[in-house]
Structures are given as structure tokens and as C-alpha cells.
Design a protein around this ligand. Structure first.
Ligand SMILES: C[S@@+](CC[C@H](N)C(=O)[O-])C[C@H]1O[C@@H](n2cnc3c(N)ncnc32)[C@H](O)[C@@H]1O
Length: 296
């Protein structure tokens, strides 16, 4: 269990999808169009910290007719939820016994049966790899892939891990929705600044990789990759929410208040008051950064 529930990931998925920076995404799609994939006519994508596969559902409609995805997560429950969520999302599910160009690819099958689905006239094969990226990122990065992706992942990692990851990366990387620390809640509340400070302190606690970079994740990733000779582009992808996103705003207020309480930097009564007000917030903007990088 990672602490990220399938229910929470499902709640944020529509907001995540509409918040992704469309211009940067087009740049990624055009970049891949202009390159020959590692296997002709078949795009390979490896998604790090995939959760239930939200990144695949956002990106696959923009890619070519034949795709192979490897979803990597250390939470086996989330990978099981990914399989069932993708089955419901698909237009059809192919029997893996059916002769199929993707299944016949050498090395495609793994310890877990791949899922092969069709969606919008595309054939998408999905492998599920249960692995801890703390230790296993090198072997994962070494597998054939045209693109490495991630969503809402790089704020969890630590500086030392990120430096080693960037040193091992030789492929294009497209990572979206890394939290950047900027938050605006409306109408303003007297405890906004104090709660945000406490929340940022919580963001820096160990999320499994050592002291987490939190809001500095995207900036450090860009700088480390530039230092390794990658061309990089960043673009904002804020969650902009209003009364239509009531449930997510409410859950966000609860989660932020709970994280702030753990840090003991503010009186609990102040956090309680903030939480009560914030559950009713009329609007809320949470900053994120998308990044695309490729070896120049
Ligand atoms: C915020 S969630 C994002 C999930 C998904 N990318 C999405 O956008 O819905 C972060 C994900 O990273 C995974 N994760 C965290 N630490 C990990 C690790 N050390 N190895 C593999 N996966 C990890 C979690 O299990 C979780 O699914």
C-alpha cells in the first residue's frame, strides 16, 4: 500500500486530465512523430508511479495506432485497480491467446499477464510491473522504450535519488503535474500562509526516497537534466477548481489540514478553523509543472 488510494486517484483524474499543459503535450506528440520508434510502427511507453493508469488514459488517445505501455508501481493493489479500470475504459479487450503482433513481440510478456485493449481504433498492450523505483529504476530505464512518462510523481523523490535517476536516463522523459507549491484559495483566510508553510514542511518529509523535494521537484529535475545535456521545456499545469469540483476541494482541504497537523507548527484550533473554511472554498488553484526533456 502506497498511501494513495484508488478512490483518491479516481477523484483527481478528471482535474488532472484537464489541467495538463496542452501545448507541451503537443510538443511531445510531434517529437515522437518525427522519430522512428524502437520497434517500427509500435510506440513503447514506460509510466513510472502509474497508480491506476491515469497517464495512459490521458495520453494514449494522442499516440499512434499500436502502443505498448509498461505501468510501474510498487503498490500491487493500485496495479490491480489499473487493470480493471483500463478494462472498463477500453472499447474492447483482446484475448491474449489471440494471435496478435504485440503479444508475439519478443520479451513482451512478463510475470503478470499483459492486458491488450482497443480504444478509439488503437490497440494498446499494457504490462503491469510491480517494482520499487527506489531500487529498481535502472533496470526499468534500460528496457526498450520511446518515452518515459510520469504523473504526480517527481515531488515525492529526494535529491540524491533524482541525481542518480538523471544520470541513468538516456531516453525522452515527459512528466506532468509535479506540485510546485503555489496555492491560492478563495476567499482568503487568516491561516492560509501558516497552513501552507506547514503543508510544505510535510511535503519535504520522507516519501520513500529520503527527504522529499516536494515543490522543488520539477525545478531540480529540469536543472539536473540540463546539466546532463538534455534539452528541456517546462510549462504550468495548475488545478483550477471552483464549485463544480466541490468534492475534490473538500478532500484537498481535509488532506492538507491533516498533513499540517502532523507537523505541529500551528495550533490545532487554527488548523481546524482553516479546514472548516476551506471545505467550503469557492475556488482553489494548486500549482503544478509539466516537463519534457530529451537527450539533445
Ligand atoms: C500521486 S500518485 C500518482 C499516480 C498516477 N501517476 C496518477 O497520476 O494518477 C503517486 C504514485 O507513485 C507511486 N509510488 C510512490 N513511490 C513509489 C516507489 N518507490 N516505487 C514505485 N511507485 C511508487 C504510488 O504508489 C502512486 O501510485
Amino acid at each position: 500500500m502506497s498511501g494513495f488510494s484508488a478512490a483518491w486517484l479516481a477523484l483527481r483524474e478528471p482535474v488532472d486530465h484537464r489541467s495538463r499543459n496542452a501545448m507541451l503535450q503537443t510538443q511531445v506528440v510531434n517529437f515522437l512523430h518525427q522519430r522512428a520508434p524502437v520497434v517500427p510502427d509500435l510506440l513503447h511507453i514506460t509510466d513510472l508511479g502509474s497508480g491506476t493508469g491515469s497517464n495512459l488514459r490521458a495520453l494514449a488517445p494522442h499516440f499512434g495506432a499500436m502502443q505498448c505501455w509498461t505501468l510501474v508501481d510498487y503498490d500491487a493493489d493500485l496495479l490491480r485497480a489499473a487493470r480493471s479500470t483500463l478494462q472498463s475504459w477500453a472499447d474492447g479487450v483482446l484475448d491474449s491467446g489471440t494471435p496478435n503482433v504485440i503479444c508475439e513481440m519478443k520479451g513482451f510478456s512478463g510475470p503478470v499477464e499483459p492486458l491488450i485493449i482497443t480504444k478509439n481504433m488503437k490497440t494498446i498492450a499494457v504490462r503491469f510491473r510491480c517494482a520499487d523505483l527506489l531500487a529498481d529504476y535502472r533496470s526499468i530505464l534500460n528496457e526498450p522504450a520511446d518515452l518515459i512518462t510520469a504523473a504526480a510523481f517527481f515531488d515525492l523523490v529526494a535529491e540524491a535519488w533524482l541525481a542518480d535517476f538523471c544520470a541513468a536516463l538516456t531516453k525522452p522523459l515527459y512528466t506532468v503535474l509535479t506540485y510546485d507549491g503555489k496555492e491560492t484559495w478563495g476567499p482568503p483566510n487568516a491561516y492560509d500562509a501558516g497552513v501552507l508553510r506547514a503543508f510544505h514542511a510535510h511535503q519535504s518529509t520522507d516519501k520513500g526516497f529520503g527527504t522529499a523535494l516536494g515543490p522543488r521537484g520539477a525545478e531540480r529535475l529540469q536543472s539536473l537534466l540540463q546539466g546532463r545535456g538534455f534539452a528541456t521545456a517546462c510549462a504550468p499545469s495548475p488545478w483550477c477548481m471552483d464549485h463544480h469540483d466541490r468534492t475534490l476541494i473538500e478532500q484537498l482541504a481535509i488532506g492538507t489540514a491533516s498533513a499540517a497537523r502532523e507537523m505541529g507548527m500551528l495550533e490545532n484550533s487554527a488548523i481546524d478553523e482553516w479546514e472548516q473554511a476551506r471545505r467550503q472554498a469557492s475556488h482553489c488553484e494548486i500549482g503544478h509543472i509539466d516537463l519534457f526533456a530529451y537527450p539533445a
